[in-house]
Design a protein around this ligand. Sequence first.
Ligand code: PLP
Length: 222
Amino acid sequence: MSIKDNLEKIKSSLPSHVTLVAVSKTKPLSDIMEAYNAGQRVFGENKIQDMAEKYEALPKDIEWHMIGHVQRNKVKYMAPFVSLIHGVDNFKLLEEIDKQAKKNKRIIDCLLQIKIAEEDSKFGMTLDEALEILKSGIFSQLKNIRVTGVMGMATFIDDDTQITNEFNVLKSAFEELKKIEAPNFQPKTISMGMSGDYPLAIACGSNMVRIGSSIFGERNQH
Ligand SMILES: *Cc1c(COP(=O)(O)O)cnc(C)c1O
């Protein structure tokens, strides 16, 4: 099956309230253009440098999402164009994004990454840490960022019960955080679900899925 066929098959299976982020990490420009020509406009990358190179080379109506772990000293390379940063897992990073967004006269949307997996390898903050950030006075003064929701990754395991439990943890974290009021907190997005688990994620309340290999094929490197 072609990229176009894969994309159309997945899109036809998604409810209309679910946004599809096509994860193009490690894939060449030609693959991205094939998806673009099939109508896809939202793409996700996990390395800032790669995303910046692809942004330069490709049509400017693409929305670029940063889905990987973010190093603070690299925020400046994506601040001019990134449309959503999924993996924000600490306050210092939010401050840096705010600073770089301000330099670019932009407001950058961010998701707080919550750790829901049992695996130690996954990044993210606890619900309590997220609550503490959103409730703090210094957060509400960051005028060039907007926190629009949460992101999480389930354990990489072949056990639907465990994956469902982890997704439910993220959904209830979102409901808990939603009670907080701050001008730059506008919760609407729950980013969860990848090629192997997105139907489960949607059943648990996801409204943004990040799908790579089911669209572009398997990757050799990560
Ligand atoms: C690579 C990646 C994905 C996509 O994974 P697939 O299994 O290829 O769909 C989704 N989210 C994050 C954070 C990733 O790094």
